[in-house]
Design a protein around this ligand. Structure first.
Ligand SMILES: NC(=O)c1ccc[n+]([C@@H]2O[C@H](COP(=O)([O-])OP(=O)(O)OC[C@H]3O[C@@H](n4cnc5c(N)ncnc54)[C@H](O)[C@@H]3O)[C@@H](O)[C@H]2O)c1
Length: 294
């Protein structure tokens, strides 16, 4: 199963990073978005990341040209039909992903492996809408994709050994460190990380400590690179809320239940860094804790 051509569906935060690392590793990459505007935005994100690398002397200008030359943007899903592997990074909605896989299944040849970057949805459930559940895996990258080393390679009960090994080897060719995980909601990292993040919010609700004190506690007491509230703001409170709900639905365990404060913050549009306000207010430099949360 030689992989030469890569298709990426979705050129948002994750899809653009995935397309970038694949092109950097020498693959020909076709990336699909739903509109020209979103495609331009996604490809622009890649270009500005690479430009910063050139400015800092980390990337040679010729390398940047080569990487951009290997990337092709499209709004037609059919343009991904020549891919040996297609990595899907569209919004975290089962309906949206199912629709993509049904269309891809018709467009791609039998050998093409499908890989979902889902954080919390079932690989098995998505694979079931295709005629190739044996060539269907999860490839869970981490944000920001060009910098984070880990990829979780997820097998469903229907994934063949060959496809799993091909996806694992592919992740290595991207310079990533793959780990294997079963198709259990949240896989390895979110299974452990999400309850920890939710517990930090519960601790805040219960008055155990302030936002900066909890963050400082975990940074200096446990050697974490950032505290839970900084991390929550970085991941996005809306995304965390969505994932927690899916995990709670799956396991029916309190540790996965989103605390009321998280729900209220999402309802109020305090989604973290991307909306410039979450547990911290990023309109200030340096950011300050957001007032009036508890
Ligand atoms: N944000 C994170 O930290 C993170 C980390 C790991 C995994 N993920 C997963 O990656 C996936 C994407 O998340 P994101 O943060 O990049 O979201 P995002 O909203 O930044 O990007 C999603 C993109 O998909 C596009 N899209 C929607 N339907 C499409 C279709 N049919 N064809 C092509 N493009 C389509 C949207 O226009 C959007 O640009 C989700 O499954 C998410 O759970 C996210």
């Amino acid at each position: 199963m030689a992989i030469r051509k890569v298709g990426v569906v979705g050129c948002g935060l994750m899809g653009s990073g995935i397309a970038q690392v694949c092109a950097e590793a020498g693959y020909d990459v076709s990336v699909r978005e739903v509109s020209d505007d979103l495609l331009k935005k996604g490809l622009g994100r890649i270009e500005s990341f690479l430009k910063k690398g050139v400015e800092k002397g980390k990337i040679a200008p010729e390398k940047m040209r080569d990487v951009l030359g290997r990337l092709r943007g499209t709004t037609a899903l059919a343009d991904l039909s020549g891919s040996d592997i297609v990595i899907e990074a569209v919004v975290e909605s089962l309906d949206a992903k199912r629709e993509v896989y049904q269309a891809l299944d018709k467009a791609c040849p039998a050998h093409t492996i499908f890989a979902s970057n889902t954080s919390s949805l079932s690989i098995t459930e998505m694979a079931a809408v295709t005629k190739r559940p044996d060539r269907f895996v999860g490839l869970h990258f981490f944000n920001p994709v060009p910098l984070m080393k880990l990829v979780e390679v997820v097998r469903s009960p229907l994934t063949s050994k060959e496809s799993l090994e091909a996806a694992y080897a592919f992740a290595k060719t991207l310079g990533k460190t793959p780990v294997k995980a079963g198709d259990k909601t949240g896989f390895i990292v979110n299974r452990l990380l999400v309850p920890y993040l939710l517990d930090a919010i519960r601790a805040l609700e219960e008055g155990v400590g302030s936002v900066p004190d909890v963050d400082e506690g975990m940074r200096l007491g446990c050697g974490h690179p950032m505290g839970p509230f900084t991390l929550l703001d970085f991941v996005g409170l809306d995304t965390t809320y969505y994932i927690a709900n899916i995990m709670f639905e799956e396991f029916k365990e309190k540790r996965f239940a989103p605390p009321p404060l998280l729900k209220r913050m999402v309802q109020a549009g305090l989604h973290g860094k991307k909306t410039s306000k979450g547990f911290y207010d990023y309109s200030q430099d340096p950011p300050v804790p957001t007032a009036g949360l508890v």
